[in-house]
Write a new protein. Structure first.
Length: 95
């Protein structure tokens, strides 16, 4: 990955992910080709924070009964930070 700014697409804004920010767990949609090492490098370069751990979740595409694609495949990353580090998701800008 040449451009680390393109690894992280956007934060996941849901009730569960926002409630997990109190425990310093932040959830992001990432590129389908991203892995833990590139996500950690992107967090370090963009925010200047070193993550404690990263978990990657592959979300498969969902197909309706007639064979039409309802949702494309996605990949999520759960980033765990130190208790002293905070990110303000409301002020983040993504491409």
């Amino acid at each position: 990955m040449n451009n680390l700014y393109s690894v992280i697409k956007k934060p996941v804004i849901s009730e569960k992910s926002v409630s997990n920010t109190a425990a310093n767990h932040y959830v992001f949609y990432v590129q389908n080709s991203a892995n833990k090492i590139t996500v950690a490098s992107a967090i370090r370069e963009i925010y200047g924070i070193t993550p404690l751990s990263i978990k990657i979740i592959n979300l498969p595409r969902k197909i309706s009964g007639r064979g039409r694609v309802k949702r494309l495949a996605k990949k999520k990353a759960i980033v765990v930070l130190n208790p002293t580090d905070k990110l303000d998701i409301a002020k983040m800008k993504f491409i």
